[in-house]
Ligand binder design. Sequence first.
Ligand SMILES: [Zn+2]
Length: 253
Amino acid sequence: MDPKTEKTCDDFYLYHQTLLSPAAQEFESNLSAGRVRLHHVVQVNMLTAHAVDYLVAIRNSTRGSQVKRSQLVREFDKDFFVLGARVQNQKFQIVDAVNNSVKHIELDRGRYKELVTKYGDIGFRCLREEGGLVLFETTKYRFDYSRVVLGPVLSSIARVCFDGIEAVYGFAQGGGELIQGDASDEDPIDRMIAYCNPVYKCDDCGQSEDDCRCGEFVYDGERGEFRPFKENSDFNFDFDDVMAEISGAYTKD
Ligand SMILES: [Zn+2]
């Protein structure tokens, strides 16, 4: 790694360790205690959006690389794609747009044309505190911003544990792989237990059926609902292969 790249990786490492990660932890504990306030959301949103600037700097520290911020934000949405989710697959872009609107008083509509067409008038004013939640509200959408957008972004970027600047560099090149990992490296008994005990969470808000409040919300003009997905999905799971790993005596019928 050349000295310039090393320095930009170290800058992000420090930013992550001292600001982003502690702010995310505090936010998540406020969220689970039902104490999340509008200013908490705006603060964490700002720190998260700013983290992207550090990642752009890492990418562009390599000679010849000229990645734009908007490009990286879209890349991260692709890397952290959630099958079946509606809003979540543009979560990085929404965090970015909300931050832009707070920073510049009004959203730069030309820059976020596609998002504005889809979600409506995104801005600081579309976030509102109500009943212990911070809602995102436009003409076609009304949902829990902390759980549908900010929380999943934080899990993708703020809760990653970097064990050094090499890991930071890898993350900046393509975030998804580092934290999504490969379940086939896990203990086969643990994989079998997870397979036999699926945990269902809502695709949109990430909550269990009892805690999901999507039925009170609106997504693209329609009332939301609990949309279950298996949280512990192990996409490469093959029953016979895993059984054979657990016991050499296992044979397929
Ligand atoms: Zn839900």
